[in-house]
Design a protein around this ligand. Structure first.
Ligand code: NAP
Length: 310
């Protein structure tokens, strides 16, 4: 198979930090173009918009959309209609309805659609799923706390409607728990804290349970300075599991059982190559559904204004 000719759309933080290196290291892909209004990439054709890129480069096989979620639906639809394979950064869209519409469009299109959840490719996630499969889960607690000023410097879109605020990182935790817990779970109540000058929450507390009344709680914060916390604690009838550092370490009863170098984006592109070869799609909206539920059911509190400069 010749390499898949791919273009990146939205050359921002995640495209530069992860997509460019992952593509450079994967012989199944050939990065031939970039579409970004304010950025270009040396050595590849650069365009201001996806539309211009699609028109100028009919030989393109695939696009990887690294823009904010609110513009992704329009771009994905355009690329699928042009017959391209499409990879979506997380969250796959601003609403459930538009992602479901894309999944349907992909069914009747020649291109594959891949809604990625990069945290599911963290090295300890699959070992954790296997460890939990044979045990009875008693309690789950998610602690996802990071500093928005470090990870999203100057990104206004994250505070706008559809930007999701603290759920932009927290959806990664939800992507992990929806992959490793054996049963579906549901939101019962929650509190979302909105800065008085923002349209998206900066912190949240959520309480879920499953059909066996297992308590599942989440403590989410976007203002954590110092050490960052991306941890999931799970009590079972045969010991306690902790996934730490965003799923890169697995502890059982405080003993480190599994740790490996971070390979999330190489894992995503390996999966995308597989989907393209098979002409299949992979679209799971479960993590986005929990975020939508939090906005539907959560109690809203107004807190102090957020300013990027602190
Ligand atoms: P970002 O730095 O703001 O980059 C996104 C890029 O998309 C921008 O640089 C901008 O490039 C383009 N863009 C922004 N608004 C647009 C609009 N209205 N229309 C068209 N293009 C627009 O954001 P990011 O951190 O890379 O995040 C992008 C996505 O990746 C988000 O969904 C996020 O959840 C996900 N992600 C981020 C991280 C992270 O650590 N930051 C980690 C994993 C996943 P131009 O101005 O040049 O067009």
């Amino acid at each position: 198979m010749p390499p898949i000719k791919i273009g990146i759309v939205g050359l921002g933080k995640i495209a530069r930090d992860q997509h460019l290196p992952a593509l450079a290291a994967n012989p199944d892909f050939d990065l031939v173009a970039v579409a970004s209004r304010n950025a270009s990439q040396e050595g590849v054709a650069s365009f201001a918009t996806l539309e211009e890129m699609l028109e100028a480069m009919p030989e393109l096989d695939a696009v990887s959309l690294c823009t904010p979620p609110t513009v992704r639906y329009g771009q994905a639809r355009q690329a699928l209609r042009a017959g391209k394979h499409v990879m979506l950064e997380k969250p796959p869209g601003a609403t459930l309805s538009e992602v479901e519409d894309l999944a349907q469009l992909a069914e009747s299109s020649p291109g594959s659609l891949f809604a990625t959840w990069h945290s599911r490719y963290a090295p300890a996630v699959e070992p954790a799923r296997q460890w939990l499969a044979s045990r009875r889960i008693r309690k789950v607690h998610i602690e996802w706390k990071e500093d928005v000023r470090v990870w999203h410097p100057g990104q206004r879109w994250i505070w706008e409607p559809g930007g999701m605020g603290v759920f932009d990182p927290a959806i990664n935790a939800l992507s992990i728990v929806t992959a490793i817990l054996p049963r579906r779970f549901f939101l019962h109540e929650g509190t979302l804290q909105f800065p008085e000058n923002c349209q998206a929450p900066i912190a949240a507390n959520l309480y879920f349970s499953d059909s066996q009344d297992t308590p599942i709680t989440a403590d989410l914060d976007f203002l954590q300075t110092g050490p960052q916390t991306w941890d999931i604690h799970i009590e079972t009838d045969e010991g306690n599991l902790a996934l730490r550092k965003g799923g890169s370490q697995m502890f059982v009863d405080d003993q480190l059982e599994h740790e490996a170098p971070e390979q999330e984006y190489p894992g995503l592109y390996a999966r995308f190559a597989e989907l393209v070869a098979r002409r299949e799609s992979d679209v799971d909206v479960a993590p986005l559904r929990h975020v939508a539920d939090a906005f539907l059911l959560g109690r809203r509190e107004t807190v102090a204004a957020f300013h990027d400069e602190g």
